[in-house]
Design a protein around this ligand. Sequence first.
Ligand SMILES: [Zn+2]
Length: 90
Amino acid sequence: MRTCPYCGQQALTALRKAKLGPTRLVRCQSCGKRVSVSPGAVLAVVPFLIGIGAVWYFRASPLGIGALVVGLLAMFVVHEYAVPLVRRDA
Ligand SMILES: [Zn+2]
């Protein structure tokens, strides 16, 4: 899900996409046009918040830390595979 909505080529690296939010713009590395992620991308943070909640609930036990790590990984996976890039014409 890192395909440019303009040119269809890969627009950015996985790391750059992981740092991209709906309020940020980046230039496609293939065509240079500005792209961003859809506002729904903020939902990708939900698994991480659940993980934080688990740490709080289980008081930093191995189970809570495990839930936090799983939540963090899930956040990156959701952001990488379920969040499309969108056009941001100025
Ligand atoms: Zn492009």
